[in-house]
Design a binder for this molecule. Structure first.
Ligand SMILES: [Zn+2]
Length: 135
């Protein structure tokens, strides 16, 4: 039964994608809702690839730029449902890679400490020109 449910869920997401492409977003949303219902009834966790495709709050089938907006914000990918405003945060793969290379920014921090007296704060930066820094 679980196998059939899984099959049905994947069929429904296929249909949702097709309807969405055909310009029938309301059908796509309906298929997503059905797929989630089946997933819940038979205790089938939806696959990761499907979980990224819809809003968890209102079951809207997400189409980038149409029903969902994706932004990168401080190490997270924030996807905002354009229908209900629900936000879904996931750890961004891009930022995770950047985080691994964090030690590279170490020397810059050290240099800032060494020149603490001559380095202006961001507010003062506009007032201090290069000549005063050389003194
Ligand atoms: Zn939503």
């Amino acid at each position: 039964m679980v196998r059939i449910a899984r099959r049905r869920v994947s069929d429904l997401f296929g249909l949702a994608e097709r309807e969405s492409l055909l310009g029938h977003p309301e059908f796509a949303d309906r298929y997503v809702a059905l797929a989630r219902k089946i997933g819940m009834r038979y205790n089938v966790r939806l696959l990761g690839e499907y979980r990224e495709l819809y809003c968890r709050s209102c079951s809207t089938f997400w189409v980038e730029g149409r029903t969902v907006r994706t932004r990168l914000r401080s190490g997270h990918r924030v996807r905002t449902c354009l229908k209900c405003g629900h936000q879904r945060r996931t750890r961004s793969a891009l930022m995770a890679g950047r985080r691994r290379s964090l030690p590279e920014s170490g020397p810059r921090e050290v240099r800032r400490d060494e020149g603490a007296l001559s380095v202006p704060t961001t507010e003062e930066a506009d007032l201090v020109d290069e000549e005063t820094e050389d003194e």
